[in-house]
Design a protein around this ligand. Sequence first.
Ligand SMILES: [Zn+2]
Length: 241
Amino acid sequence: MKTFLLRLGAAGLVLLALSWGGWQLSRNASFQLFGGLVDRVETPLQQVALTFDDGPTPGHTEAILQQLDTLGVKATFFLVGNAMSDHPELAARIVDAGHQVGNHSKSHSRMVMMSPSTVRHELEFTDRLIRAAGFKGEIDFRPPYGKKLFVLPWVLRQRGTRTVTWDVEPESGLGKRPPAQAIVDKVLAETRSGSIILMHVMFDSRVTSLQAVPGIVEGLRGKGYQLVTVNELLQAAPATR
Ligand SMILES: [Zn+2]
């Protein structure tokens, strides 16, 4: 009996370790079991990409478009299908301004436990709205919460969809509402050629992120970086890892 219990305990520990490992893998921004994933680009050019997740939301979309227009920057927006469906005119404005638009799922749910058909629906619904907004380039995908694993990467590979995550995450690890200057400093400290920078500016709680954008752009330019879209970054350097 004692041996049996010991074995049971050991099996439980192994299972626990495996699920912990799976959890870690599912949240790792640079790992994916199947299909192409880009978290940064190996490039000889001094280029980086600024990316904005979520939305479009009214008010915030206009604010970031205004800022980017003033700064003369083209960025990449990973938009949520349901939000695009609520505000198709905002999605069209982003495309009209010359920015890249990518797919950030339909519902912004965690996509780890979804069935293949639900995953496909999440992707196709949002792709359709991106095309309806007028975007003509390749549609990249970014998973909500950076979560992937098993079904999602498999469906993405079947569709030939590229997954784009990030290597610079300046809003993380700085507390609930980090000061704009802290966000700017983190970007300038961590960005290198080929970096993909993740930002959120579509909600009231992210006001300091919006305020950080001019400092980020001016600081990066001051270091000699050119700000381009993700697809431009990939075009200039097709050898991605
Ligand atoms: Zn998101």
